[in-house]
Design a protein around this ligand. Structure first.
Ligand code: ADP
Length: 244
């Protein structure tokens, strides 16, 4: 996208659980078509951020805009309809259904409701499976797929909803080295096609390879932001991880 074309804007975002400030006034801006990673030690607020962005939690304070539209405070289905897809750390697919049936479910509530006829949903599901390289497995039951392929199917299901922003919760968890490399390639191709990706992970190597920019949280506050090279040698970041 063009410089300054912000797809995701997070401003002063806070989430308190009683007296605990899981997020304490966080600002993040992500340009369209970029891969942005949120990292930080255990308990720093990464999962809370993903849950606020997808509407599972209402923020205590602050604002989230996606493509200029305020989504903070909306319920999850309305945030999904505004163009926000997500995957889960523990893959959530229907194991007794086929790959195709799972992905069609994701295609039935697209961002543009005009494109919701069954035929259009099937075509979008197939296109998503082709994109992740799983079209050849469309009729196989998810239960019989290796874990790495289940991850690809989950991403295809999110893509079938035609999101502008894809939230990924530790997408590389449980993958072997080859699968991790394939995932990096896939996420980069998605960004190249204009999708914006926001992911949380604690695999530094992987984040360094795939992220355009990284925000680092510690105790619910942003302690660093920049390119992987800038962030990963930042003294505050090193100290935060050593203190874990
Ligand atoms: P991370 O994903 O970086 O490990 P979390 O967002 O899970 O961090 O947690 C941030 C802080 O918020 C932690 O201290 C955690 O115990 C607390 N927390 C998270 N969810 C809840 C909740 N539902 N109720 C109370 N405290 C929570």
């Amino acid at each position: 996208g063009e410089d300054g074309d912000l797809l995701l804007e997070i401003k002063g975002l806070a989430k308190h659980f009683g007296g605990l400030k899981a997020l304490d006034g966080v600002d993040i801006a992500v340009e369209r078509g970029k891969v942005h990673a949120l990292i930080g030690p255990n308990g720093s607020g990464k999962t809370t951020m993903l849950n606020v962005l997808s509407g599972i939690y209402r923020p205590t304070r602050g604002e989230v805009r996606v493509d200029g539209v305020k989504v903070s405070g909306l319920p999850p289905h309305e945030i999904a309809a505004a163009g926000v897809g997500r995957t889960f750390q523990n893959i959530r697919l229907f194991h007794s259904l086929t790959v195709f049936e799972n992905v069609v479910i994701g295609a039935q509530r697209p961002r543009n409701p005009a494109a919701a006829t069954p035929d259009q949903a099937r075509r979008r599901a197939l296109a998503a499976l082709e994109f992740v390289g799983m079209a050849g497995r469309a009729d196989i039951k998810v239960a019989s797929l290796p874990y790495g392929h289940q991850r690809l199917v989950e991403i295809a299901r999110a893509l079938a909803g035609n999101p502008t922003l894809l939230l990924l919760d530790e997408p590389a968890a449980g993958l072997n080295l080859t699968e991790k490399q394939e995932l990096v390639g896939l996420l980069k191709r998605l960004a190249h096609h204009g999708l914006t990706l926001f992911l949380i992970d604690h695999d530094m190597n992987l984040v360094e390879q795939m992220a355009d920019r990284i925000t680092v949280l510690n105790f619910g506050k942003r302690i660093a932001e920049g390119t992987p090279a800038e962030v990963l040698r930042h003294p505050d970041v090193i100290a935060a991880y050593l203190g874990e």
